[in-house]
Design a protein around this ligand. Structure first.
Ligand SMILES: *[C@@H]1O[C@H](CO)[C@@H](O)[C@H](O)[C@H]1NC(C)=O
Ligand SMILES: *[C@@H]1O[C@H](CO)[C@@H](O)[C@H](O)[C@H]1NC(C)=O
Length: 287
């Protein structure tokens, strides 16, 4: 390959690389939604600086250092960043505040040096994440007399977003168990120790754990001794549940016709009933 084609190829590769940010010297930066981020930049101290051009997809801002102690002039060219970018002293790092999802992506700083007439390019890849809220846990359990109890736990976070990891942590007989998944299935038999389960949800900017879930409490009746013969206990539990359902149903039936919600038709019926009662009244006196 001659010198010219090689140069052309080099240029092509340079162009194709563009801002894709896949080359070695791209700095990965994570930041929190609505918070701020610093894209660090250092400039050789022995060089006189012409300017620094920041871009992300399109040109973002140009910074021209001030002469002899004068403050630098900053021109923000992308209106999306107006009022959100600054270059706090000392140094040349770019600060962006109040980050939004759209701020994710490739960034680059082109440092144009006056003395050596060369440009240094620093690339970044910014990813914006939400700070996570406390995970929500749902518990499904199945109880049977012979097999004890099967429990499935599911962990989720509202508006989770990308790059989430879920971990179930439990501690049994002094041994910690880690299970990397949002769902966990476990079984419990009468007489077993019942560990507590804690879900930890993480993304690159936050990690938050749920309250401990005492899985055994869903299967065992506190009034029951945890022994082999759960037969009566399971039965009691079933009966209790039934009783609870009956009470609930009765409650609903009693409060089902609130006085405020009466329809005219109902009122009419009631009046008719009153009339009937009045009509009935004379009977006993007649007899
Ligand atoms: C941050 O940006 C959002 C829109 O992305 C805006 O509604 C909000 O007012 C901004 N907050 C501050 C403190 O500038
Ligand atoms: C729990 O699951 C196992 C199989 O995984 C099954 O054999 C057993 O019957 C289940 N127990 C209950 C209470 O559903």
């Amino acid at each position: 390959m001659g010198a010219l084609p090689r140069l052309l190829l080099f240029l092509l590769v340079q162009t194709a690389e563009g801002y894709s940010g896949d080359d070695g010297d791209t700095e990965d930066i994570v930041a929190v939604l609505r918070e701020s981020v610093r894209l660090p930049l250092e400039v050789p101290a022995d060089e006189e600086l012409e300017n620094i051009v920041w871009s992300s997809h399109v040109r973002l801002a140009t910074m021209v250092p001030g002469k002899e102690g004068q403050p630098a002039t900053i021109e923000v060219t992308n209106p999306r960043y107006k009022g959100r970018v600054s270059f706090p002293d000392p140094g040349y790092s770019l600060h962006i505040s109040n980050l939004s999802w759209e701020d994710s992506g490739p960034y680059q700083a082109q440092v144009n040096l006056r003395t050596s007439q060369i440009s240094i390019v620093q690339r970044y890849r910014l990813r914006v994440y939400r700070r996570l809220s406390e995970p929500r846990v749902t518990v499904n359990f199945e109880i049977s007399q012979e097999d004890g109890c099967n429990i499935s736990l599911t962990c989720s976070v509202e508006k989770a977003g990308l790059d989430m990891t879920y971990t179930w942590l439990s501690r049994e007989d002094g041994v910690d168990t880690v299970h990397e998944s949002s769902a966990l299935s476990t079984s419990w038999r009468p007489g077993d120790n019942a560990p507590s389960y804690t879900c930890r949800a993480s993304n690159p900017v936050s990690s938050i754990t749920s309250r401990p879930i005492p899985a055994g409490s869903f299967c065992s009746d506190p009034g029951c001794p945890s022994e082999k013969s759960t037969h009566p206990c399971v039965l009691t539990k079933g009966l209790l549940l039934l009783a609870l359902l009956v009470v609930l149903a009765a409650g609903l039936w009693l409060t089902g016709a609130p006085t405020r919600g009466r329809t005219p038709r109902k009122r009419k019926l009631e009046r008719n009933r009153l009339r009937l009662k009045k009509k009935e009244k004379p009977h006993p006196s007649l007899a």
